[in-house]
Design a protein. Sequence first.
Length: 254
Amino acid sequence: MNLTDNEHNHPGREAELLKPTDTSVVDHLWIVIPAYNVARHLGTLIMQLREAVPVDRMIVVNDGSSDDTGKVAEESGVRVVTFEKNRGKGLALRTGFQYARSMEARWIMTIDGDLQHDPRHIPEFIQMASRGSFDLIIGARRRGESDMPWDRRFSNWSTSLLLRLITGRRIEDAQCGFRLFRAALLDGVSLRCRRYDFETEYLLSMIRKGARIGWVPISTLYKGGSSSIRRLPDTMRFLRVVGRYLSKRNGGSG
């Protein structure tokens, strides 16, 4: 079933960093931050996120970092889950989701710990959620306006195009990890990916479930640091996720 997604909402000006006002969403919102060697940026991110939610509703999953990521998180007052060794962004997110749901979160936001996602867009996510028309809201990176490296730009474009073709749904950005969703969407959903393929698996699972998906155009802040993405292995994982989706859609066991 092809549900209608929102039209692209281009804000007339850059979103200001301010406290969202829709308490029906904000009062039940938890933020999950997967974090791997992001000590340099994490403190600044948490400080900015405090404009949206208090620190006791932020969960940092320290994914086996070798720098001071865990120390920065603990000193910031957020809730911290620590993996002794690197286990992958997907598992970090799944763990954060489980924690948030155990605290009766109704809405969960995910944002990367390296400040690649600009927290000033959070009010736009909140405003869309407050309309009641969407279950999942995803940031759509402005490929033509950002300093996104060419290989990431191509990967973003090609994976989004492929998912659009196989699902018949409007897919603006298949890989963006800046998301806000109803926690209840996780009911009855089996997620097993552990690395960067998780975000694709999650998106396809929500499409199978009939989620109403909205998109928020966002700016991206690439700071020239090395990426944890491994192109060939992660591409193969992405294709396996797509293959499982097609198998289930066509009546296979997946």
